[in-house]
Ligand binder design. Structure first.
Ligand code: ADP
Ligand code: MG
Length: 593
């Protein structure tokens, strides 16, 4: 049997690791580097370049080179490199093949199997595409692991802490992923995930490039793509230098544009204020969903290349108000974790019993009659709450709403919004029921949801013993962050509610926003209050104001409670958190010797 390796197939860089002599070890590539840029380029004669050379060709031959294709894994995006066309998984397979070859050369034996890490929010299309990419590269991929689980494994596999709650902040080139991971004995479980698919080190590069152009009194429109590409590369260099030095130069010398700009960390913070604000959002959301306060976290682990930025570390120390963040090897943690996982798969003595589990990233439910307004749009009844561990099975009973009703239509939806129509519809079941007085006939609806993200919906009518099942194909169950964003943008266009009065509308929208943020228990209470407020506002305008005030006091209370222990109060802090003299905490690790 060949060796099993672990692979961190990154958006910007990829790495491989192997379990050897009781520990996870990184595998160097043919240049002796651990990081292989996830870039693929082809030549006119059909030669394929992967990694370092391909990254160079990104500037010299942009039309023949592809990067950041991981973002489109599982989507129908086609990359045209010269005359050839590639899917994201084909491009990924070339990166994997390079890693496999490097590993075989280094290990001196064939590698047949790999465990590949993917972002926790990756949907099934992304996961399956990653498996197919492995197969195209000649690797058997039986197991996919979530990147944050891998990072948590990397710092916890030796069982230092029998029980640990780890917050993993993975800040890479183009994405920020935040996850709450629970380690208990040999169980590693993801409790909550959040992130931003369009926030990463690249944003700092762009901000620096913009700043440079401004200083040189020109703009992006006035320079060619190629010059901008060069500028971005210099901006990245300057950013990386600022991780070591307090100030650095951004120099550019080419036909179109030449200049030299000195910049220090303080200025970097000032021009990137908006980026920092966006970092705090998913962190807050994960802590809220996991019902965790910062002080309850056993470890905060920073991974990903952008966590090497001193200003990012300082910002996170300010946000968490903790100095014991682990920033050891941010580039390598995920890969090292996949190496541990390879050890588990190989049943290596020291790690063989570890288990990993997954969660469902979105709530699932069915639509029911609007309890607020008669004839209003149907609303959600949630069966599976977002961030529930998988596999899970939940059921609930739904009854008829008018006398003599003979059919109950059940729409199955995914999402967090109050109105069913604002969520994603996955399917529909029409269930026949015997005619009875309203509320006397009903149907059990059960959602078994498995580890691979497959959802089946079972119904049973107790009066007639009729059963039905609807299987919803995997690919439709989960949404990517991108889809959510698009969907949210769409939703923002929609009018929310017919309530005329501005203030009522405000209160209503506020409630809806909190509704989308909170968990099942609170949702119930919130809905009752919302119901009371809306009904009173409609029926008795004279009392509307008082009821609205009461309702808003409750919402304010709720908002505060949702944030308790969270970090929302830190949002929008501008650059106040930055302190030029705060140099410490670089590699703080509680308990490390
Ligand atoms: P991904 O997981 O997306 O593949 P990585 O974790 O490899 O990405 O991070 C890549 C990002 O980290 C790039 O934007 C790169 O500029 C940035 N980066 C790498 N090293 C440093 C450093 N020393 N200082 C600042 N940024 C860095
Ligand atoms: Mg990464």
């Amino acid at each position: 049997m060949g060796k099993i390796i672990g692979i961190d197939l990154g958006t910007t860089n990829s790495l491989a690791a192997v379990w050897e002599n009781g520990e996870s070890k990184l595998i160097p590539n043919s240049y002796g580097d651990y990081l292989t840029p996830s870039v693929v380029s082809v030549d006119e004669d059909g030669t394929v370049y992967v990694g370092k050379i391909a990254k160079e060709r990104l500037i010299t031959h942009p039309e023949l080179t592809a990067s950041v294709f991981k973002r489109n894994m599982g989507l129908k995006k086609i990359y045209k490199l010269g005359k050839k066309e590639f899917t994201p998984e084909e491009l990924s397979s070339m990166v994997l093949r390079r890693l496999k070859e490097d590993a075989e050369r280094y290990l001196g034996e064939t590698v047949e199997e790999a465990i590949i890490s993917v972002p926790a929010y990756f949907n099934d299309m992304g996961r399956n595409a990653t498996k197919r990419a492995g197969r195209l590269a000649g690797l058997k991929v039986e197991r996919i692991i979530n990147e944050p689980s891998a990072a948590a494994l990397a710092c916890n596999y030796n069982g230092d802490d029998a029980e640990a709650t780890v917050l993993v902040v993975d800040f890479g080139g183009g994405t920020l992923d935040v996850s709450l991971v629970d380690c208990f004995d040999n169980l590693v479980e993801i409790m909550a995930v959040s992130g931003n698919n369009h926030l990463g080190g690249h944003d700092f590069d762009e901000a620096l490039a913009e700043y440079f152009l401004e200083k040189m009194q020109t703009s992006r429109r006035k320079i060619s793509e190629e010059t901008y590409g060069l500028l971005l590369r210099e901006a990245e260099k300057c950013k990386i230098e600022l991780s070591e030095e307090k100030s650095a130069h951004l120099k550019l010398q080419c036909d179109e544009l030449s200049g030299d700009m000195e910049i220090d960390r303080k200025e970097l913070v000032n021009i990137c204020g908006e980026i920092f604000d966006r970092i705090a959002e998913p962190i807050n959301s994960v802590l809220r969903d996991g019902r965790m306060g910062v002080s309850e976290l056993t470890h905060i682990v920073l991974v990903g290349g952008s966590c090497k930025m001193k200003v990012v570390q300082q910002y996170l120390r300010y946000v968490f108000q903790r100095k014991d963040m682990l920033v050891r090897d941010p580039d390598h943690m995920v890969a090292l974790g996949t190496g541990v996982c390879a050890g588990i798969k190989e049943r290596a003595e020291d790690v063989k019993d570890m288990l990993l589990t997954d969660i469902c990233p979105f709530s699932l439910g069915v639509n029911v009659v609007n309890r607020l307004e008669q004839n209003g749009d149907s609303v959600m009844s949630f069966l599976v709450e977002r961030n529930s561990p998988l596999p899970i099975s939940k059921k609930d009973y739904y009854v008829t709403v008018y006398d003599g009703q003979t059919q109950i239509d059940i729409g199955i939806y995914q999402g967090e919004n109050y109105y069913a129509k604002d969520n994603i519809k996955l399917g529909e079941l029409n269930v026949k029921v015997p005619a009875r007085a309203k509320g006397q006939a009903g149907v059990w609806v059960r959602f078994p949801y498995d580890l691979n993200g497959g959802l089946a919906v079972d119904t049973e009518v107790p009066l007639s013993h009729q059963k039905q099942q609807l299987v919803i194909i995997n690919k439709e169950i989960r949404m990517s962050e991108e889809e959510i964003r698009d969907r949210l943008a769409e939703l923002e266009q929609l009018k929310l509610n017919p309530l005329e009065e501005e203030e009522n509308k405000f209160a209503l929208e506020w409630g809806m926003r909190l509704y989308a943020q909170c968990n099942a228990g609170i949702r119930e209470e919130l809905e009752k209050r919302m119901q009371y407020f809306v009904q009173t506002a409609q029926r008795d305008p004279r009392r509307a104001e008082r009821v609205r005030k009461q309702y808003m006091v409750y919402l304010a209370f709720l908002e505060k409670a949702l944030n308790a222990g969270g970090i929302e109060q830190m949002l929008g802090a501008g650059a106040d958190w930055y302190n030029d003299d705060d140099e410490d905490g670089d590699n703080d690790w509680k308990g490390e010797d």
